[in-house]
Design a protein around this ligand. Structure first.
Ligand SMILES: Cc1cc2nc3c(=O)[nH]c(=O)nc-3n(C[C@H](O)[C@H](O)[C@H](O)COP(=O)(O)O)c2cc1C
Length: 423
């Protein structure tokens, strides 16, 4: 057989012009960097290049061997989706109502301490970006921006306040009153911190509050001049609600937090707080049931992003069991390990009422301040919408447990033995 002959012609100038329409380069380096980040992992890589090691590690790190965080992320990677075919979902609605208010997306911003360390825009960037996206923002007790300044940054959006009960109860109660006066609508009472987790990266980096310069920090600063310029030319980095006497964040937590808090404290806080009361850091089915029966407005299944008890249960694994016990009417939120919109979709399918993101937004913040947080939210929004469309589901209410299988290599020994015996 003879080869067919390819017909050739001289290049047509008009076709060449078409090919050579180069995009004008964006001269704004931050915008360029953010636009080229397609995933939260990409934002993390930019964040790592731009932020001093001690600050990046404080954010990125977890406790002890960092097993809780690694397992939580792996649990999301092990999701298997079951799409419904031939069900057009051309337009998807990602909005929902949670704790008596609206959210444009099924996630909000989790409380994070010392946020201005990551980028000088800190909580103001997080709160204003959340407001613009129509999602709630949570300010931490260990925040570096005051309650009132967060309200000013997000005056029309939903602000939530996270409470640590301190040894000096009056300090905590004063914060609760101020948050109520500033119109915050929800209080997240964190209960997984009777003592600080062992954040070994902070210890190894000699990271202290307020930051101290060492030869290592100075050398590490050289390739990151802009972070240091911002740091030195903006108001001193300190907690907006506490005074620090030096030491790591762990040392500060141990000195300030009351290790004796118990179920009895719930009643006191309930009496002080006029809005919705949520308990954050629930890690067993038993506690979830007890809290819902005690009348709290919601719970967050969380192991604090793996920063407290290492080898704690994976919140995403706990989710279906908790929802089965407390029912779908209870507000059950989940966090820890969320790095992709699909993680959020899977959580909603398994009965979560809402989700929270910590590091995912902080990587954006470190990568580019307010614009970086906008980018992180936009990435997650696109991923949620795309995943829902690929699943053939157009509303969050349409997501069901049948859409998800949790594949898992981590099975409690008792279950493994039972499974083996049943075989
Ligand atoms: C840098 C950092 C600081 C945090 N500070 C607080 C805090 O002050 N109070 C609190 O309740 N949780 C705090 N958390 C935990 C988050 O609220 C949230 O539970 C966790 O980040 C979720 O995991 P993720 O980072 O994998 O999304 C912090 C988390 C990080 C990463």
């Amino acid at each position: 057989m003879t080869e067919p002959i390819t017909r050739r012609q001289l290049p047509v100038p008009a076709d060449l012009r078409e090919l050579m329409r180069f995009k004008r380069p964006d001269l704004n380096a931050t915008r360029r960097r953010l636009a080229s980040a397609l995933t939260i992992a990409d934002l993390r890589a930019v964040a790592q290049r731009r932020t001093p090691k001690a600050a990046f590690d404080y954010t990125d790190g977890a406790a002890e061997g960092e097993l809780s965080l690694a397992r939580a992320r792996r649990a999301f990677e092990e999701v298997e989706f079951h799409p419904s075919i031939l069900r057009p979902a051309e337009h998807v609605d990602t909005s929902l109502s949670v704790l008596g208010g609206a959210s444009a997306l099924p996630f909000g911003i989790a409380p994070t301490g010392f946020t201005r360390l990551m980028h000088t825009a800190g909580e103001r960037a997080g709160a204003s970006a959340a407001g613009a996206a129509g999602i709630p923002f949570t300010l931490s007790t260990l925040g570096t921006t005051s309650i009132e300044d967060v309200e000013a940054a997000n005056p029309r959006g939903r602000n939530w306040f996270q409470l640590y009960v301190m040894r000096d109860r009056e300090i905590s109660y004063g914060l609760v009153r101020r948050a109520a006066a500033a119109g915050f609508d929800t209080l997240l009472f964190t209960v997984d911190t009777p003592v600080a987790g062992a954040r070994l990266r902070d210890k190894r980096n000699g990271f202290s509050i307020p930051p101290q310069l060492t030869l290592g920090t100075v050398l590490n600063a050289l390739p990151r001049p802009w972070w240091w310029f911002d740091f030195l030319t903006t108001p001193k980095l300190e907690f907006a609600s506490l005074t620090s006497t030096g030491g790591t964040v762990g040392d500060l937590l141990d000195a300030a937090m009351d290790p004796t808090i118990s179920y009895d404290d719930l009643g006191v806080i309930r009496d002080l707080w006029p809005g919705k009361l949520v308990v954050k850091g629930v890690q067993t089915v038993g506690d979830a049931v007890r809290l819902i029966e005690a009348g709290v407005d919601g719970i967050v299944l969380s192991n604090h992003g793996g920063r407290q008890l290492d080898r704690a249960p994976v919140p995403f694994h706990l989710l279906p069991r908790v929802v089965r016990e407390v029912g779908r009417d209870a507000t059950v939120m989940v966090d820890t390990g969320i790095m992709h919109g699909a993680d959020i979709v899977a959580s909603m399918a398994l009965g979560a009422s809402f989700t929270l993101i910590g590091r995912a937004y902080l990587y954006g913040l470190m990568a580019g301040g307010r614009a970086g947080v906008d980018r992180a939210i936009a990435i997650l929004r696109d991923e949620i919408e795309r995943t829902m469309r690929l699943l053939g589901v157009s509303t969050l209410a349409g997501l069901e447990p049948s859409h998800v299988t949790q594949l898992t290599r981590l099975v409690p020994v008792s279950d493994a033995v039972r499974t083996a015996a049943e075989r």
